[in-house]
Design a protein around this ligand. Structure first.
Ligand SMILES: *Cc1c(COP(=O)(O)O)cnc(C)c1O
Length: 377
């Protein structure tokens, strides 16, 4: 029943902005950014805030800032305080409670910062944080220490220093651009970065991590796509958490990227009250495939300050994978990963299909629980 409601690609209209935005405004990403909802006063014009949200907004003024594009705001069910999209971008009181084990930098990225903005944790690839801005701010952001300009750390990167580092490190063959959202840079700036990377012969692939096709699909313009496709092999990882984030508009943006030959993968964060049911997650993964996005990672929610109300037990993530594997298209099954506390990196977790094994035999369980004997050699 529920799956039916979310499986359509709904077209998102101008909604409350119908009177003040022309179609041209609405379709213009600069307009969307200029009109980003940034204050509780702005928000209250469009939404009756719950006491919990009101308290959250008050208390988060000095923490991760509020920011929602008008487009994404229109996806929110304003009548439903439990709306899974609302929960992701509107602060709540719980965000201000720090639980035991939560830190400002749960993935330990700061300890792998080699030059400003560059995180080099794995042997052959690096993470380059290009900006601290996002089109909308996710309340569970693992980088809230730097994102949005209100966290504890000032954002910094120096393109020349990063490029010099990459030139000097021939073992790096993969550069992942993230932030903040790299697609909020101007076309020119982005192209300059891609061109600088492409001069370095040992860099084989470049990836962009983004939530732009979901928060501000207007940003995916033919001009941008034409520039991006000049720098292949270029991959993109799109952050998507709930099936209703995939609208007619975001699908059109994703299709433009796919048509330009950019392999698309998804990253989702497992979040309580957002996507922790088997139905919602299954629906999300199948909808992604229909947009030519191959599910890539499902993340356990990081132990960032004030995230306890979003976290579900690790076993739940494994359970979700178990509910997908074998029951639906293999392409629709992401890898569930937990980022180890303190900088250990991503740890893959999988359901166990091995019941026992000896030197010459294995006993497996298949997807629907039947037992199978298998020779050991
Ligand atoms: C996630 C991550 C990567 C990319 O990891 P893949 O498993 O290759 O997608 C690279 N560097 C850092 C620091 C990361 O956190």
């Amino acid at each position: 029943m529920k799956e039916k409601a979310f499986s359509d690609f709904q077209k998102i209209g101008k909604g409350a902005w119908a009177g003040c935005a022309t179609d041209e405004d609405w379709g213009n990403w600069h307009w969307q950014m200029r009109n980003q909802i940034r204050s509780s006063e702005d928000l209250a014009k469009h939404l009756t805030l719950t006491p919990n949200e009101q308290a959250g907004l008050e208390m988060t003024k000095t923490k991760l800032k509020l920011g929602v594009t008008p487009y994404f705001f229109n996806l929110i069910d304003t009548q439903n305080p439990e709306c899974p999209l609302r929960r992701q971008v509107i602060p709540s009181k719980e965000e201000c409670l720090v639980s035991l084990g939560e830190t400002e930098d749960p993935c330990g990225e700061e300890s792998y910062h080699v030059v400003s903005g560059l995180v080099h944790r794995y042997p052959d690839r690096v993470l380059w944080l290009l900006t601290d801005r996002c089109a909308s701010y996710c309340r569970y952001c693992t980088r809230s220490r730097i994102v949005g300009g209100t966290g504890g750390l000032a954002f910094e990167t120096d393109t020349e220093k990063v490029i010099a580092y990459l030139k000097a490190h021939e073992g790096v063959r993969d550069v992942l651009l993230s932030g903040g959202d790299p697609l909020l840079l101007s076309d020119e700036k982005l192209e300059h970065i891609l061109e600088s990377l492409r001069v370095i012969k040992h860099i084989e692939i470049v990836r962009i991590g983004t939530r732009v096709p979901i928060f501000i699909p207007q940003r995916i313009t033919p001009a941008l796509v034409a520039r991006l496709k000049r720098h292949h092999p270029l991959f993109m990882s799109v952050h998507v958490n709930h099936p209703s984030e995939l609208t007619a508009e975001s699908r059109a943006a994703l299709e433009m990227l796919a048509d330009a030959g950019i392999p698309l993968g998804s990253q989702s964060v497992l979040l309580k009250g957002v996507n922790e049911t088997h139905d919602d997650m299954g629906c999300l993964m199948r909808k992604l495939l229909r947009c030519r996005v191959r599910p890539y990672y499902l993340y356990q929610c990081d132990w960032i300050h004030g995230s306890a109300h979003f976290r579900v037990p690790v076993e739940r993530g494994v359970d979700i994978i178990r509910s997908l594997r074998g029951f639906t298209t293999g392409y629709a099954v992401p890898q569930y990963v937990v980022d180890a506390l303190g900088g250990g990196g991503k740890i893959p977790l999988n359901p166990n299909y091995v019941l026992e094994h000896g030197e010459k035999h294995w006993v497996f369980k298949n997807f629907d629980g039947k037992k199978y004997f298998y020779p050991g050699e």
